[in-house]
Design a protein around this ligand. Structure first.
Ligand SMILES: [Zn+2]
Length: 432
């Protein structure tokens, strides 16, 4: 009996097979498995586009905004870091009475939503993009008391890898977690240590990104620091490397600022506490612990602004970033407003230098309320010169070296001419 050829597949089965083959082919090209969500290009800027928009914004508001590009490299790996400075009434009026705020976004490459918040916040600060419920004149008054430095994409190289398809990568361009590369409790590994997630680098500050951020924090001397991440929703204070918060008045201040923010803006729905205690795992060598322990920032925080717990762990874009327009807009608006309230709370607490009482928490002052004006401790006035010092690269060193050589040669020439003149005069006198 001759083997009969198999019957042709029903049309719908053939179509399904063809689609599956097509899907797997396109997935291979983009290195994205078919089950994962790609970056929503209609919602999210590319890193280049984000930077273009920020530069355009700075160009439109030279009176309020300025931007520095800081480059650093280490063992053949280099990075650019962009710092946008918002100063409402010109730099020259920062005579030490203003509150310094340092905000960093995108320390982890895959958390794209954080950089979108950075861009929108800069728009709000400069162009007052409709903020409902905010009284503009008191908003302006508050901004007059602040100098805000925004790092919109701390991990530019890592972010570019994510844009190329490595959607689950949070590390920098050479595989180091920038939030484990700082020196407080550096390099300690927990039992569940995963090098793909938490590689701390070869030494504290081995990474140029961390080096730049450390210099920036030391020159700017922030009163308030926020490291903005995604993956969950929470308001964290130190410590990340242990299960406790610091002791004393400063910890009390930090906690009351976060609790006020949580109460006023999140209806007490956010997780508040030490990163190490509240998140359920300890993290060693983090930026916020360094900002507290070493830089002595009075209010160092880590904000986690969004997480999708229903997303599969391999579906990283969806896990860390909103994927529909409604959620995207809601997260951005909610967190921009959170920053404005944080500034207000920070100002009130720092200037008042006393802990907010329970009644004050209960009868919170909405944005537009009076801000107590009182002077704060004097800060470094040579912030600008120190920052400029950061930009002194090899180019400048070479110039100084050339100047040094030229002046040495000139001096030697003058010296020799003088000696030979004296000698000639002596000879003339002798012969005379
Ligand atoms: Zn993160």
């Amino acid at each position: 009996m001759a083997a009969s050829s198999p019957p042709p597949p029903p049309p719908f089965l053939a179509l399904t097979l063809a689609l599956a083959v097509l899907a797997s082919a396109s997935a291979t090209g983009a290195r994205i498995p078919a089950s994962t969500t790609p970056i929503s290009r209609s919602l999210y800027h590319s890193s280049d586009a984000l930077l273009r928009d920020i530069k355009a914004l700075v160009g439109r508001h030279p009176d309020k905004l300025s931007m520095d590009t800081i480059t650093a490299s280490n063992k053949g790996y280099s990075t650019d870091l962009f710092v946008v400075t918002f100063n409402h009434v010109k730099e020259s009026t920062d005579n030490g009475s203003k509150i310094h705020v340092l905000l960093s976004f995108g320390q982890h490459g895959r958390e794209l939503i954080t950089s979108e918040v950075a861009l929108h916040l800069l728009y709000i600060l400069t162009e007052k993009h409709k903020i409902s419920g905010v009284d503009l004149s008191s908003f302006e008054k508050m901004l007059e008391n602040l100098v805000i430095k925004v790092v919109p994409m701390e991990n530019l190289n890592g972010r570019k890898r994510v844009e190329e398809g490595e959607l689950c990568d949070r590390r920098n361009g050479r595989g180091v977690d920038l939030n484990r590369n700082w020196s407080v409790d550096w390099g300690k590994k927990e039992k569940d240590y995963d090098p793909y997630e938490e590689n701390p680098g070869t030494a504290p500050f081995s990474e140029p990104e961390a080096q730049i951020m450390r210099e920036l924090s030391k020159s700017f001397k922030p009163h308030m620091w926020v490291n903005v991440h995604s993956g969950m929703e929470a308001l964290f204070m130190p410590y990340d490397h242990k299960n406790t918060t610091p002791n004393g008045a400063s910890a009390h201040l930090m906690r009351s600022v976060l609790e006020n923010l949580n109460h006023r803006h999140f209806q007490d729905s956010c997780l508040v506490g030490s990163g190490g205690g509240a998140v359920g795992y300890l993290a060693h060598g983090t930026t916020t612990d360094y900002m507290y322990d070493i830089v002595k920032v009075p209010m160092p925080f880590t904000f986690e602004i969004y997480g999708d717990e229903t997303a599969s762990t391999s579906d990283c874009f969806k896990m860390f970033n909103p994927v529909d327009k409604t959620t995207f807009d809601r997260v951005i608006n909610k967190w921009c407003m959170a920053f404005l309230i944080l500034f207000e709370e920070g100002l009130r607490n720092l200037q008042d230098a006393q802990v907010v009482s329970q009644s004050a928490v209960d009868n919170w002052v909405p944005m537009g309320g009076d801000i107590v004006e009182r002077s704060v401790a004097r800060k470094s006035s040579n912030e600008k010169s120190k920052l400029e010092g950061l930009d002194l690269g090899m180019q400048e060193l070479r110039t100084y070296f050339r100047l040094f050589i030229i002046s040495t040669v000139l001096l030697m020439f003058m010296f020799c001419t003088r000696i030979s003149k004296n000698r000639n005069r002596d000879t003339d006198e002798q012969s005379a």
